[in-house]
Design a protein around this ligand. Structure first.
Ligand code: A2P
Length: 316
């Protein structure tokens, strides 16, 4: 399995298991299946509400001697309701306790968005806290001690655009080592890829398969990525599956990728994508599908009366 190498030499397996939308009762088996298959990178987050099951599966496999903690790469994320300085450490402590771990390999600020403490999602405009009140820099700086005291090995962000990354790079002594964002052939993110390469920030692609089980799938009318003609054609020609093409697309660009599955057959199929080699011409055909199209556009943060807008999230 290919790795991303961090400046201190730590290696993160490029391909990981996504656990967003993996419900309790399913994610436990999924993590076990994944690790037995050979996955060594699990992506989780407090808001997925399933870290206890993820942790239980990991703990059992470690106890059985199937895997060692030091051979796993575990990522989690700080939820938007814990951006106040005093909420950051308790949020990480809860995640570590749920995961039954004493450190994380990577901890990410989940969104450049703050909401009132105790909330999963806003119900009214007042639930949103403007960034002027809790600047991203303040929250970012509050995560630095977590690295210094060994609770996390690496720090990063998620859903950050270029100006927001620039701001952290300019204003903080600690640089984000990772930005996890939505990425797939409909959202190639060329500018972000170029910018992060220039500044040695790694990228992770979430929703690489088009997130067919996203909450808005039934009503948003967006095209089904796994059924795209070009993706299907390349898959047929190589005698592999469309999902394997989409995963291989990110791997071939040196971008970490975290397809979610709770199905044993698909968990194994996705892992096998590590063997698929795409030609430059095939990569170009996939890049040409770029439509700047997001399956997850952060619409939940920009409802009427919110201080956030789609423009401020993605295009400022
Ligand atoms: P399931 O969990 O039942 O396998 P994304 O990673 O882009 O968020 O996509 C996740 C969605 O894609 C889930 O609905 C997941 O369903 C499905 N999925 C995962 N792997 C595959 C695959 N190899 N082929 C088809 N669908 C897949």
């Amino acid at each position: 399995m290919k790795n991303l190498v961090y400046t201190n030499g730590d290696r993160m397996p490029l391909l990981g298991l996504g656990t967003w939308k993996s419900i309790s009762g399913e994610v436990y088996e999924a993590v076990k299946e994944a690790i037995r298959t050979g996955y060594r990178h699990i992506d989780s987050a407090a808001i997925y509400k399933n870290e206890k099951e993820v942790g239980q599966a990991i703990a059992e496999l470690i106890a059985e001697g199937v895997v060692r903690r030091e051979d796993l790469w575990i990522t989690s994320k700080l939820w938007n309701d814990s951006h106040h300085v005093e909420d950051v450490l308790p949020a990480l402590e809860e995640t570590l306790s749920n995961l039954q771990l004493d450190y994380l390999d990577l901890y990410l600020m989940h969104w450049p968005v703050a909401i009132r403490k105790g909330l999963d999602f806003p119900r009214k405009p007042e639930d949103m806290i403007p960034l002027e009140e809790i600047p991203l820099l303040t929250t970012w700086e509050a995560t630095i001690p977590l690295k210094e005291n060994g609770m996390v090995r690496h720090l990063g962000v998620s859903n950050f655009n270029i100006p927001k990354l620039k701001h952290l790079l300019e204003a903080s002594s600690e640089k984000p080592e990772m930005n996890q964002v939505e990425m797939h052939p409909y959202l190639v993110q060329k500018d972000l890829v170029n910018f992060t390469r220039e500044h040695s920030i790694h990228l992770t692609a979430y929703s690489p398969l088009g997130s067919g089980d996203r909450p808005t799938a039934q009503r948003d009318g967006l095209p089904v990525l796994l059924q795209n003609e070009v993706v299907e054609k390349i898959a047929r020609e190589k005698n592999v599956t469309p999902a394997q093409i989409l995963i291989s697309f990110q791997l071939s660009r040196g971008i970490s990728v975290i397809p979610k599955s709770v199905n044993p057959r698909r968990i194994r199929e996705n892992f096998e994508a590590g063997r698929v080699v795409l030609s430059e011409e095939e990569i170009k055909q996939l890049e040409d599908l770029d439509a700047g199209m997001r399956y997850l556009n952060g619409g939940v943060w920009v409802k009427k009366g919110s201080p956030y807008t789609l423009q401020s999230l993605w295009e400022e």
